[in-house]
Design a protein around this ligand. Structure first.
Ligand code: CTP
Length: 394
């Protein structure tokens, strides 16, 4: 990462701090004498030879070595964060009176994308001039990240907050993910369900929802419009994902079935409770002094995945199989029983709550393991596998 600061930025924070954090010298001026050709605004977004390149003998392999590691990095993207209203106006006009604006103008526009994270007072953001500038920047190919809404430095509340730095980092990563599901609608269930026994007790399970939330993020990164139906979990909603919270299996089915047909893909990661108390008590069940626990009659819950797969025109359905043993055999049987084209099997007790997982993909053609990796990495791989299969799906 190479940091470039404007004069205004240096009023808030010193270049020394950002040098220490980025572990690289920070650039603040277009007249920086460290650059041999004095053209920091050009050099910073290009692959360029090191300062002593002209004095060095060419290494063996001559020409070939030119793209090798002896060259300093070229920028993959320029991210301006925070981007003030003034800086946005400057970009729109193509003005170039400081290093950052010069660099934005001089970057190879086809290869080095520009992303900006607007941050300003809500009135400034809402002003027609800023809105006009934002629209023009988009038309010029700039990606606007945010702004967010919320508390502002000035004490007001509204649109114009810069996205949180972690969110910006996630958005930057998302920007570079291949858009394999562009234009597709993806519906995902995640987490456990909670089946009430009485107002204070219920039956649930140890599903953390992490795999489903990672898939929601990965599908959205791949360009899909994502709807996430989540059981009771305390995970933050991935950015850009539409979320509906539910408690019970019945509520999950009610949230899924009416909309499933309008989606291209349905991924059922939820650990849906198989049974629920037939009639939850209205009041807390009290001990009756007999020493006998109350008899709780149970009924089977609807199978949401199987119901979606049975729709007249179902989306491409992906089931998960959480097993404790004989994963392949159970996953194959489950795929046929649920009538779905693809099952991702995993060993439930080993993965619940963990950040890592291992998946066994089972479809009509055979099976393939996705080796142990973070749930996000696996989610991205699964999205790739789904996108491939979607090409030949009805
Ligand atoms: N599933 C569902 N609705 C249910 C039960 C399961 O949509 N009522 C989905 C899960 O989200 C998962 C797949 O079906 O994608 C398999 O879930 P799993 O709990 O492994 O299987 P069960 O159908 O419960 O079968 P068993 O209990 O025999 O393992």
């Amino acid at each position: 990462m190479q940091v470039v600061m404007t004069e205004a930025a240096e009023v808030f924070i010193t270049a020394v701090t950002l040098q220490a954090l980025s572990n690289r010298p920070v650039y603040t001026s277009q007249w920086d004498t460290r650059e041999p050709n004095n053209m920091a605004h050009i050099n910073l977004t290009r692959q360029r030879p090191p300062a002593d390149a002209v004095r060095r003998l060419p290494p063996e392999g001559g020409e070939k070595a030119r793209g090798g590691p002896s060259l300093s990095q070229e920028a993959d993207a320029v991210l301006v964060a925070p981007a003030s209203a003034d800086f946005m106006a400057k970009l729109v006009q193509g003005r170039a009176d400081d290093l950052l604006s010069l660099m934005c103008l001089a970057r190879p526009i086809e290869r080095c994308p520009l992303l900006i994270a607007p941050a300003m007072n809500r009135e400034m953001w809402a002003h027609p001039a800023t809105q006009r500038n934002a629209a023009q920047l988009r038309a010029d190919g700039t990606t606007l990240l945010g702004p967010d809404a919320g508390d502002q430095a000035c004490g007001e509340i509204g649109d114009g907050r810069m996205l949180e730095p972690e969110t910006l980092a996630e958005e930057l990563i998302a920007f570079f993910q291949p858009k394999r599901l562009a234009g597709k609608r993806v519906l995902i269930t995640a987490g456990p369900t909670f089946e009430a026994i009485d107002p204070v007790r219920g039956i649930t399970n140890r599903s953390s929802g992490k795999m489903g939330f990672a898939l929601a993020r990965a599908a959205r990164e791949a360009g899909a419009q994502v709807t996430l139906v989540a059981g009771p979990v305390a995970l933050p909603t991935p950015r850009g994902v539409m979320r509906t919270d539910v408690q019970s299996a019945q509520q999950m089915q009610d949230a899924v079935l009416p909309v499933a047909g309008a989606h291209d893909v349905f991924i059922a990661t939820a650990a849906v409770a198989d049974w629920r108390p037939a009639a939850p008590h209205e009041h807390k069940i009290k001990k009756d002094g007999s020493g006998r626990p109350p008899a709780i009659e149970m009924v089977e819950n609807p199978d949401i995945l199987a119901a979606v797969a049975r729709l007249p025109k179902p989306p491409y359905c992906v089931g998960f199989a959480a097993e404790s043993h004989d994963l392949l055999v159970h996953a194959q049987a489950k795929r046929l029983r649920k009538g779905v084209p693809l099952i991702a099997g995993n060993l439930g007790p080993a993965t619940f709550g963990q950040d890592d997982n291992t998946l066994l993909l089972v479809d009509a053609q055979g099976h393939r393991e996705l080796p142990t990796a973070s749930k996000l990495q696996l989610a991205r791989e699964l999205v790739r596998e789904i996108a491939e299969r979607l090409k030949t799906f009805k």
